[in-house]
Design a protein around this ligand. Structure first.
Ligand code: GLC
Length: 557
């Protein structure tokens, strides 16, 4: 087994406050739950590693690549759906929540993956998709078979509106009406996403029981928690009231599904009640975690933690992905987020994902290094997406290779999610070592330069930066458990401190492509630069940050 290399320099080597301060810091870290200390790595199994030559990744492929995760220092994996599915939406359309799709392998392969991860000290959380099933799911087959079927009420059915059309104006996120006519039983069913993804009716107690049992099935197998998909849309208004038009809608530029403000289909109070029930199931098991996709609205995110009745441990926070990338905008986003979450809440930061454009494309390769340093030094649990650590960009997809139904149904608005799902590149061989067959999505034309093997040979690469940042974070209690202290960002430099016991760490990130001067009070020891070439420097009073350079400094307490 590979050893995690200790960071070359960390605060352990220089704790002026001495042994008792050091003990306090260590105790603060020890009090945290594993998921508060963890660095999470998201894997979309289709895009990670293929072992059977069908051009699509599989579970054995993940097992084969665990050395990479261990070398990086990853603590926990979030695995996108592996369940049995017709794969119309990348596996987010299940026919069986408790079976592994043969495309990915078997339940035995899954158990082996879990055991391998646990054997290496890593955790695994699964995607849990409560909002909908595939229309091929046996529950839906029963439900649509007749109005009298006992499972009729397991989905959201309604009579036509007065004009014989859909019951109301609700829109599917993937285009068109959210209602689909079922000729056989003479009613419409509701689907927030594809018409092949009918929404479950969470008002029905039996649905909630069945879904709780799905959680228990996987928890009993030993998984460490879940990322709950589309959790803000579990319930819709019972009165079926029309959504109002969005005043910001611009027919030229806004995708048609965003024509309405989703007052009656998103963020309904009942959804939060159902999340409390899911959390109660999780809490039947020791030491598990519930993370959730909450549609990324900073001003609403606090509600998803819950109060006396807890909801998510980690409502996923996309603020950095949605921010304008400059020091002033970022400091505002960060502040708004910390202020929006309850006092007891533990923050988190997401910098990549299977639904989000790659940062290396949106903010550029140079700032992607800054983003890595930011996410791994802010207070809170960081999440990144496989491929971010090698700076993968949006891979262009020719029209005949488009897979994402979102792009097919709402074309021309830049909504295609295939570009960020392009397969992982492991080496400069054919198809980047991803498959011996034909990759299901294009690999991009920079595979030879940008792959794990090549970047590993360059100790100043982004890949090494990720590794060094993760190691430094783990070795530095102030970075893991310390308070966040905002500083006023100026001169294009985003600045903040992390503080714990007698440790103070300053993070200063130059968001501009020009050198910028950073003034500090007193002297400091440079722990890490995004360029990986200055550690150990002593800074007295001021230093120049090079273009796009971020640094982490240990300040005198
Ligand atoms: C979530 C998933 C996304 C999927 C949608 C419908 O938003 O992240 O990939 O398309 O749910 O299941």
């Amino acid at each position: 087994m590979l050893q995690k290399t200790p960071p070359r320099r960390d605060l352990r080597t220089r704790t002026p406050g001495g042994a008792s301060a050091r003990r306090n810091a260590d105790e603060a870290v020890a009090r945290l739950a594993w998921w508060q200390k963890a660095v999470f790595y998201q894997i979309a199994p289709l895009s990670f590693q293929d072992t059977d030559g069908d051009g699509k990744g599989d579970i054995n492929g993940i097992i084969q690549r665990l050395d990479h995760l261990e070398w990086l220092g990853i603590d926990a994996v979030w695995l996108c759906p592996i369940y049995s599915s017709p794969m119309l939406d990348f596996g987010y359309d299940m026919v069986d929540f408790c079976a592994v799709d043969p495309l990915f392998g078997s339940l035995a392969d899954f158990d082996r993956l879990l055991a391998e991860l646990h054997g290496r000290g890593m955790k695994l959380i699964l995607d849990f998709i409560p909002n909908h099933t595939s229309d091929q799911h046996p529950w839906f087959t029963e439900s649509r078979s007749s109005r009298e079927n006992p499972k009729r009420d397991w989905y959201v059915w309604a009579d036509p509106g007065p004009d014989g059309g859909p019951p109301n104006n609700w829109l599917s996120r993937f285009g068109g009406s959210a209602w689909e006519w079922d000729h056989g039983s003479g009613q419409y069913y509701y689907h927030a996403f594809l018409k092949e993804q009918p929404d479950l009716n969470w008002r029905n107690r039996d649905v909630r029981r069945a879904m709780a049992d799905v959680l228990r099935f996987w928890l009993d197998r030993g998984v460490d928690g879940f990322r709950v998909d589309a959790s803000a849309v579990l319930a819709e208004d019972e009165l079926l009231r029309d959504d109002p038009p969005d005043p910001k809608f611009d027919a030229e530029t806004t995708p048609p599904p965003q024509r309405l403000t989703r007052v009656f289909t998103d963020d309904r109070p009942e959804s939060l009640d159902y999340l409390e029930e899911l959390r109660a199931v999780i809490d039947e098991y020791p030491d598990r975690v519930l993370a959730g996709e909450v549609q990324g609205k900073t001003n609403r995110i606090g509600h998803f933690y819950g109060n006396d009745r807890p909801r998510f441990h980690l409502p996923l926070n996309f603020a950095l992905l949605d921010a304008k990338w400059n020091a002033v905008a970022l400091q505002a986003q960060i502040d708004a987020y910390y202020n929006a979450i309850p006092d007891h809440a533990w923050p988190d930061w997401v910098i990549g994902g299977h639904d989000k454009k790659r940062l290396a494309s949106t903010i550029g390769k140079a700032q992607a290094r800054v983003a890595a340093m930011l996410a791994l030094t802010l207070k809170g649990t960081p999440f990144f997406f496989a491929g971010d650590e090698i700076g993968m960009e949006q891979v262009p997809i020719p029209p005949d290779r488009i897979r994402d139904p979102f792009e097919r149904l709402v074309p021309g608005y830049g909504l295609n999610r295939d570009p960020e799902r392009s397969p992982m590149r492991w080496d400069s061989g054919p198809h980047g070592g991803f498959t011996t067959g034909e990759p299901y999505l294009p690999m991009g034309d920079d595979v030879e330069r940008r792959n794990v093997r090549t970047l590993k040979d360059d100790q100043r690469s982004l890949l090494w930066l990720y590794r060094r940042l993760i190691a430094l974070r783990r070795a530095t209690p102030a970075l893991t458990a310390g308070d966040h202290r905002p500083l006023r960002s100026r001169n294009d430099i985003l600045r903040f401190e992390r503080a714990l016991a007698d440790q103070r760490v300053l993070v200063a990130l130059n968001t501009s492509p020009q050198p910028r001067r950073l003034d500090i009070a007193g002297t400091a020891n440079l722990l890490l630069s995004t360029n990986l070439d200055r550690d150990g420097e002593t800074i007295r009073g001021a230093t120049m940050l090079r273009a796009d350079e971020g640094i982490i400094l240990a300040l005198d307490a």
